[in-house]
Design a protein around this ligand. Structure first.
Ligand code: GLY
Length: 409
């Protein structure tokens, strides 16, 4: 028996054998390499600064500029595919697509710099050790830090947020997704010795833990602050069904975010929050049996009402969000290493089960289809009537990360 399988059996993970699991990882790795190779060919027909994001109605790949929140995921996927395969062509393309993002190190217009730079340059530095990448990441962290306010004790996510309920405009919105951007700040403190980045990250995480997470460990999407006194003005949603509902990807960002923050701080309050949010997700009566959540845990439930301007009122289908499942699967692999054996086994088994479901024909595309993305059936934003039941580049990124984490077990 392979040593890791002995460990798996000891931990109660008996559902899969080492042989089938190796096959599973290899076949998904091979498939990812094929799809990414097709996608790289397709990008040659487009503007060189167009970053893959999703598909149009005809199923063709669509792209964004580097200033949207997702450009880091395509280079990041290439880095994970390279790590999984050691294919030098994927490495060369990962370098090429990462380096296109160098101008972002000075970008300050929204909070997503962590996603944009850490998924691209962060993986690039991790896998190459190139000091030029480290310096770009540190400059990116400086740019992100400009959005921190010591009164709100938070990094401002967007410059403005208009409520779905009417004309109210908020000028200091913070969204749960923002937790993910803190990894860039922790990194910058570690490589420079400058603790100010870390201070901002911890302060933001504490504020989010108090204001964004409900007592039962479900989550609010958007919290809006008064910059004169730091008080919460409103708790609403932008991409979820209702203000009091739990948007599936928001919960996923919280599980992943607090797991990462615990890794960086070893503060038990953050571990408690991560496990609380993970348990809420896994134990929800509204989580389908295959653990791929509906886009919002409370869509169309009694007691939950979308704002009048939200497109959520018009959508009766309960779409799944594969991106949320991929993020949670990746997070659970890491979280399983920070808890006791029984709980760790439970999280690990859930992550493995989710990875298998995502890699099945129900969610994994046929080769050459799906705009050459790997996974189908994600949701960008139903309230905005945007990207509904489509592939999304970040679903693929977290699927590959989860696959790599599984391989590393
Ligand atoms: N961070 C934006 C989203 O999850 O859609």
């Amino acid at each position: 028996m392979k040593p890791w399988l002995c460990l798996a059996v000891a931990a109660g993970l008996t559902a899969y054998t080492s042989f089938t699991e190796k096959d599973f990882i290899n076949s998904n790795t091979g498939f990812a390499r094929q799809q990414l190779t097709h996608m790289l060919h397709e990008t040659e027909t487009r503007d060189s600064l167009a970053f893959p994001r999703t598909t149009d109605k005809a199923g063709k790949m669509t792209t964004t500029s580097m200033y949207d929140w997702t450009p880091g995921f395509f280079p990041g996927s290439l880095w994970y595919a390279y790590e999984l395969t050691k294919d030098p062509v994927l490495r060369q393309q990962a370098v090429r697509w990462t380096e296109k993002l160098a101008p972002l190190q000075h970008f300050t217009q929204h909070h997503d710099l962590g996603f944009m730079m850490y998924c691209s340059y962060g993986n690039a530095y991790r896998l190459t050790g190139n000091p030029a990448y480290r310096d770009i990441l540190v400059q990116g962290a400086r740019s992100l830090s400009t959005r921190y306010n010591p009164v709100t004790k938070s990094i401002k996510s967007w410059n403005a947020f208009k409520s779905w309920h009417g004309e109210q405009m908020y000028r200091y919105p913070v969204i749960i997704d923002n937790l993910m951007n803190l990894e860039l700040l922790f990194f910058a403190s570690k490589v420079t010795g400058d603790t100010s980045f870390r201070h901002i990250a911890v302060s933001h995480a504490e504020t989010a833990m108090h204001n964004q997470i409900r007592p039962d460990y479900s989550s609010y999407h958007v919290v809006c602050y008064d910059t004169t006194n730091g008080k919460v003005l409103a708790r609403e949603t932008a991409q979820g069904y209702a203000d009091n509902s739990t948007w599936a990807r928001g919960q996923a960002w919280g599980i992943y975010g607090f797991t990462m923050i615990y890794r960086e701080t070893k503060d038990p309050r953050f571990l408690k929050t991560a496990t609380g949010m993970a348990d809420w997700f896994l134990n929800s009566k509204n989580l389908p049996k295959d653990k791929v959540p509906y886009w919002d845990f409370n869509a169309q439930e009694k007691g939950y009402a979308p704002g009048m301007r939200s497109n959520a009122v018009n959508v009766k289908t309960k779409y799944r969000d594969v991106s949320a499942a991929a993020i949670v699967a990746s997070a659970l692999f890491e979280l399983s290493g920070y808890v006791d054996v029984a709980r760790g086994a439970k999280y690990r088994q859930a992550a493995i089960d989710m990875l298998h479901v995502l890699g099945s024909p129900a969610y994994r595309a046929p080769e050459g289809a799906n705009g050459n993305f790997i996974l189908m059936h994600s949701v960008g934003s139903i309230p905005h009537n945007n990207e509904i039941d489509v592939p999304l580049v970040y679903a693929d990124y977290y699927f590959l990360e989860a696959l790599q984490r599984y391989k590393n077990l």
